[in-house]
Ligand binder design. Structure first.
Ligand SMILES: [Zn+2]
Ligand SMILES: [Zn+2]
Length: 240
């Protein structure tokens, strides 16, 4: 599996930019569609047939909402693919030399992402970018498809996260790719609008979705995505 990924990344690096763009777009679209379908169906099944969970927000979806979200989400996948081409200029190797370096790259990128995504999100809620971020907040009750239903300008701000990091610190392409796919799946998950009824430990693990749903209900709180670190520091955290 790792070998296949390694060979695919090598091919992507040497390919003409148009082929590399196509490959990135296909991977993003497959991840977006597969993860959104999975979370939609799995949480619907848990809610309706197993009575194990419930929606965090029960307001009805808007007319044509999911269709609009999918269309916007597919455009975002293309923008993310275009941004990924920047990593072909600045990357440092396909894999880090050893597990120690691997751990450092993951830790530093996680810290960078945590800080960058929080402050960009706050900027998007400011007056200058309010019409840009309004595209994402048109979905008041979220669905997994909402995750990438964003304005192309916001898509660029998301897409340049890894290229910006690579300008500052070394990041191997294999690590960047793996974190990107995990990040996409996680972003789709937090838009699932689902919380477990039973099992406290598991419910706490899945509470990231309720945390972000509160942001869609009240745009002044819960700006963070992965941990509540910056929300705690800046007093913008609202319990899920
Ligand atoms: Zn959202
Ligand atoms: Zn927002």
């Amino acid at each position: 599996m790792i070998e296949l990924l390694h060979q695919t990344i090598e091919f992507w690096l040497q390919a003409h930019w148009s082929i590399a763009l196509l490959m990135s777009a296909v991977v993003n679209i497959i991840t977006y569609v597969t993860a959104s379908c999975f979370f939609s169906c799995f949480f619907k099944w848990l809610t309706e047939h197993q009575q194990m969970g419930q929606h965090v927000d029960n307001r009805p979806l808007k007319a044509g909402q999911v269709k609009r979200e999918i269309k916007q989400g597919l455009i975002t996948c293309l923008v993310l693919a275009a941004c990924s081409l920047m990593t072909r200029w600045w990357y440092s190797g396909i894999w880090p030399a050893g597990w120690g370096l691997f751990a450092w790259q993951v830790l530093l990128f996680a810290l960078f992402y945590e800080t960058y995504s929080y402050w960009v999100h706050r900027l998007l809620h400011g007056r200058t970018f309010s019409s840009v971020h309004a595209v994402h907040h048109r979905s008041t009750r979220v669905t997994p498809w909402t995750a990438y239903s964003v304005h192309p300008v916001e898509a660029v701000l998301i897409g340049i996260t890894a290229p910006l990091f690579i300008l500052l610190l070394p990041l191997s392409l294999g690590v960047a790719f793996s974190l990107h796919i995990m990040g996409m799946v996680f972003t789709i998950f937090i838009h699932s609008n689902f919380q477990l009824r039973a099992n406290r430990t598991l419910a706490r693990l899945l509470s990231a979705s309720a945390y972000h749903v509160r942001h869609h209900q009240n745009g002044q709180v819960n700006y963070a995505f992965t941990t509540a670190l910056w929300d705690r520091l800046m007093g913008t955290k609202k319990a899920s």
